[in-house]
Design a protein around this ligand. Structure first.
Ligand code: NAD
Length: 287
């Protein structure tokens, strides 16, 4: 397996930005592709701000660090740039049809040796892989939010993912300073199968008037030692993303214990998506 020097990232949202940033910070050349006008400008500004902040904290020169990291990043709307990539990480919306369509397109342009990874939170890697001509080279690289800060990458082996692909992605994760942990391809993997029912239950508590939003988060922070409350975490993840994950868990595990709270559905319908929209369970300054 060739070493991973050039990386493609599809989707320049919350996660795609972070993924592009960590690969560039580790010295890789990165091509970021997004089809939504405005997403790329926002991504550039967001990454630069984050790199400067991290450099300041580490006592490095923010301007020099930003110049180096931004210099290895290219932004565009055309997937043709993936023809030069050793690894392409997809981080678009959490929707099976959108992801399979994207993987068909990436598969058509990426070189034969390239590994195709998805940052999906819950969608089957096996299903995504089956839409490509290289299922052995398709894998889940589930980075956590915020990517530059969180250590874990949950590595999801699809049914046909080869041991060589897994080994290469484990190495690539370590090379960007992350700690890879492997899981098999079942809905929600480990992380979201355990996390999302807790978040959903917190939303039910709010919906049923058990406690205020602040009280619910305080109980989990002060009583369970969680660094962030479940409602604030839902806002950080994105309420639309949380809803999509719960729908996959309910459908694919065939168990109504994962039924999304009606309040979550209503909030997503109202556009209250959390931090990225400026308001979710709490209010935020628009970026
Ligand atoms: P987001 O809404 O912030 O960003 C998605 C981006 O993808 C947007 O910029 C959009 O313009 C772009 N996009 C959508 N369809 C596209 C297409 N067909 N081609 C190119 N670009 C397209 O979403 P996000 O929170 O970054 O989530 C991305 C993925 O990462 C999802 O699969 C999600 O489940 C997963 N994930 C999210 C989190 C989290 O905390 N937000 C954590 C782990 C994994």
């Amino acid at each position: 397996m060739a070493s991973i020097n050039t990386v493609g990232v599809l989707g320049a949202g919350t996660m795609g930005n972070g993924i592009a940033q960590v690969f560039s910070q580790a010295g890789r050349k990165v091509f970021v592709v997004d089809t939504f006008p405005g997403a790329l400008e926002k991504a550039k500004a967001g990454i630069e701000k984050s790199v400067r902040k991290m450099a300041e904290k580490a006592g490095k020169d923010p301007a020099a660090e930003a110049a180096a990291v931004m210099g290895r990043l290219s932004f565009g709307a055309d997937m043709a740039v993936f023809e030069g990539c050793d690894l392409v990480v997809e981080a678009i919306i959490e929707d099976l049809a959108a992801k399979t369509d994207a993987f068909r397109k990436i598969d058509a342009v990426a070189p034969a040796h390239a590994i195709l990874a998805s940052n999906t939170s819950s969608i089957s890697i096996t299903k995504i892989a089956a839409t490509t001509k290289r299922p052995g080279q398709v894998i889940g690289m589930h980075f956590m939010n915020p990517v530059p800060v969180m250590k874990l990458v949950e590595i999801i082996r699809g049914h046909l993912t080869s041991p060589e692909t897994t080994a290469a992605v484990v190495e690539a994760s370590k090379a960007v300073g992350k700690i890879p942990v492997e899981a098999s391809d079942y809905p929600g993997f480990v992380s979201n199968r355990v996390l999302l029912p807790m978040i959903n239950e917190a939303i039910f508590c709010l919906h049923e008037g058990v406690a205020t939003r602040e009280a619910i988060d305080d109980v989990m922070k002060l009583g369970m030692n969680h660094p962030i409350g479940p409602l604030a975490l839902a806002d950080l993840i994105g309420n639309d993303v949380c809803l999509a994950i719960l729908e996959v868990l309910q459908r694919d595990l065939g168990d109504d214990k994962y039924r999304p709270c009606p309040l979550l559905r209503r909030m997503v319908a109202a556009g209250l998506l959390g931090r990225k929209s400026g308001r979710g369970f709490f209010e935020y300054e628009r970026k």
